[in-house]
Design a protein around this ligand. Sequence first.
Ligand SMILES: O=c1ccn([C@@H]2O[C@H](COP(=O)(O)OP(=O)(O)O[C@H]3O[C@H](CO)[C@H](O)[C@H](O)[C@H]3O)[C@@H](O)[C@H]2O)c(=O)[nH]1
Length: 337
Amino acid sequence: MKVLITGGAGFIGSTIASAFAERGVTPVVLDSLITGRPEFTEGKIFYQGDIADGDLVDQIFRDHPDITVTVHCAALIVVPDSMTDPLRYYRVNVAKTLELAGHLHRNACDRMIFASTAGMYRPEADLSVTEESGLEPQNPYTRSKMMAEQMLDDFATAYGLRVISLRYLNPIGADPQLRTGLQNSKPTHALGKMIESYRLGVPFKITGVDWETRDGTAIRDYIHVWDIARAFYEAAARFDSIVPPLQPADRQRAYQVINLGTGDGTTVRELVTAFRDVVGDGFLAEEAPARPGDVVGAYVNPAKARDLLGWKPEYTIEDAIRHSLLWAERRSELDVA
Ligand SMILES: O=c1ccn([C@@H]2O[C@H](COP(=O)(O)OP(=O)(O)O[C@H]3O[C@H](CO)[C@H](O)[C@H](O)[C@H]3O)[C@@H](O)[C@H]2O)c(=O)[nH]1
């Protein structure tokens, strides 16, 4: 059995590829390498190219007729970039997903697991989100993921494509065996900035301390990338029980959304404390004004994932910090090499 992983040379896609391989499912990676890293494809079946390239997708299915499911991770993911260049974001995340879905349909691959975002929800008053929460995407990146999902939902009803959409928030950590991790050597997200500050010996800036949360700092649902990867594997392994092949009249049920998260989230101050627990008291933090456009955040209720995937996060925030620190070391070596 094989799985096609688009974006399989990226941070999350490459981790998913390792999780499937460890469980005896051979990954077939399709990646343009625009942001993915070639070394993440080493030892894997790999096609370099575009998800919208129909000839290439046809070739992949001719070469690997035993692909039974597609995991679709290929996307642009940087929120600020999506605000300055929405055309590119909608082209890549929406238009190319549309082309890919057509290519999969033509090749009779009717199972897709879509890497999506829980950022499209309007959080409840307590900042939690469930699959029933309203949708209120705040930027072109998140809107592009919502639009892609709406298209896929229509294709499910019309063409019998079956889709499980996994929505999560902030992935952190790295492959525990350090085969892969974040490609970007200068990440701007909270944990990336903590690692940078720690290495430089300067205080980490807590940007925003006046939010209505338990300690005034913004909340996110940081989740270990290996836990996310395991959820993708579980979705594939249980695919036909979650979304069985359906008669045309029942196909409106061929699209399933499942949220992945911790159930309580982590504030920036809590992340600082966890970081200090890992590296020691020498790690300093200071308060600073909020970033422009920042949001209070949300956390995900994972009850449906527990029921349908038998899944819950296994790694702690401290584990994720430890793996991210180890990966940052390894990442520097890769750059030198
Ligand atoms: O040096 C920093 C960096 C961040 N933060 C705070 O930490 C929280 C989380 O910020 P992140 O940047 O880690 O996470 P966001 O959810 O705000 O956004 C990030 O995660 C998104 C994915 O969900 C997108 O990838 C986006 O481009 C990326 O910036 C925010 O309150 C932010 O103000 C700090 O206190 N100091």
